[in-house]
Design a protein around this ligand. Structure first.
Ligand SMILES: [Zn+2]
Length: 325
């Protein structure tokens, strides 16, 4: 059964006017058929799918973006066993124009290897190579410098350009749809001194007309606090929850600053429901934010349009607030 949430973005600015209505319709699988049937409409949408890379205990992160002109992007590529390649193949996707890796932790980039192994073509890979001393401070549990280098070498040897992500870079810009890098720090040259690898996460803003979505990688407490107070253009109706929602993540004031209406959390069920995620879970709830978790709801798809967005999930759960209406 599919669940459909629809919200209209307020006219006259990026912010929602008043408390937007969240309408729910239970359409079974028909809403997918309906969407694909209006093929002309597809060109007016940007389709963001939070892939189901969190069915078990391990955490991972991978998002498919299908742009209005047919370009296909990935924001993060999941872990070694996430099977992102299989998910793409089942959609008939054999070529990804651009892959953006938020930061060099394996739950976000180790899926790059299987993409090549399983015959998915990649046009360009955008990934900041970690500074060795930043990476090595998390040995052996976190950052694996040699593995990052090996992965990037594999891509370069296949002729795939490997490019950095820098603040201000525009990654896509067609008509009223834009994907850009708001922030990307190297862990050493930052406004708050040395940080961990999570705080090197590239922060990406996707804009489709007045609809905005913010991708935050695994943004953590220190830089999340800084950005909440000093960052700009962070407001978005839809937020990719940083760091799987786990404690250590950006503070509540960061969530307040973004002020989302809808949050997508890449989190295994056991992690999302654990004490480690309690603060984020409860804060989003207190903000009245509809939160969709792939570990609970399965794959989540958001169709962004110039003045509205629609979200669909694979599974209803008792935790889905709108389903009670
Ligand atoms: Zn992660």
């Amino acid at each position: 059964m599919a669940v459909r949430l629809e919200e209209r973005v307020g006219v006259g600015g990026a912010r929602l006017v008043g408390r937007a209505a969240v309408a729910l319709a239970l359409l079974g699988t028909s809403w997918i058929a309906l969407s694909w049937a209006t093929n002309g409409g597809r060109s007016r949408e940007t389709v963001w799918t939070m892939l189901q890379v969190n069915p078990g205990l391990a955490q991972a992160d991978a998002h498919l973006l299908e742009m209005p002109d047919g370009s296909v992007f990935l924001v993060d590529a999941g872990d070694l066993t996430s099977d992102v390649a299989g998910m793409l193949r089942r959609r008939g996707i054999r070529y990804v124009d651009k892959v953006f890796i938020s930061h060099p932790h394996k739950d976000h980039y180790a899926g790059l290897g299987p993409l090549l192994d399983e015959g998915i073509g990649v046009g360009e890979l955008y990934m900041n190579e970690p500074i060795r001393e930043v990476c090595d401070q998390e040995r052996p549990w976190g950052c694996d410098f040699e593995h990052v280098q090996k992965t990037l070498r594999r891509y370069r040897s296949r002729g795939v350009p490997v490019k950095p992500l820098r603040a201000g870079d525009v990654l896509y810009d067609r008509r009223d749809v834009r994907l850009e890098v708001l922030y990307a720090y190297d862990g050493v040259t930052t406004p708050i001194g040395r940080t961990d690898v999570n705080d090197t996460s590239a922060i990406l803003l996707l804009t489709h007309g007045r609809t905005k979505a913010l991708f935050t990688g695994d943004l953590n407490g220190p830089l999340g606090t800084y950005l909440a107070r000093h960052g700009s253009r962070l407001e978005a109706q839809i937020l990719k929850v940083p760091h799987h929602g786990a404690e250590g993540v950006a503070p509540n004031e960061f969530f307040d600053r973004v002020a989302p209406r809808l949050a997508l959390a890449p989190s295994p069920p056991s992690l999302w429901q654990s004490d480690r995620n309690r603060r984020v879970r409860e804060h989003l709830q207190s903000m009245g934010v509809e939160t969709l978790v792939n570990g609970l709801h399965g794959e989540v798809t958001v169709r962004l349009r110039a003045d509205s967005y629609v979200a669909g999930v694979e599974r209803r759960t008792p935790g889905l607030r709108a389903s009670a209406k």
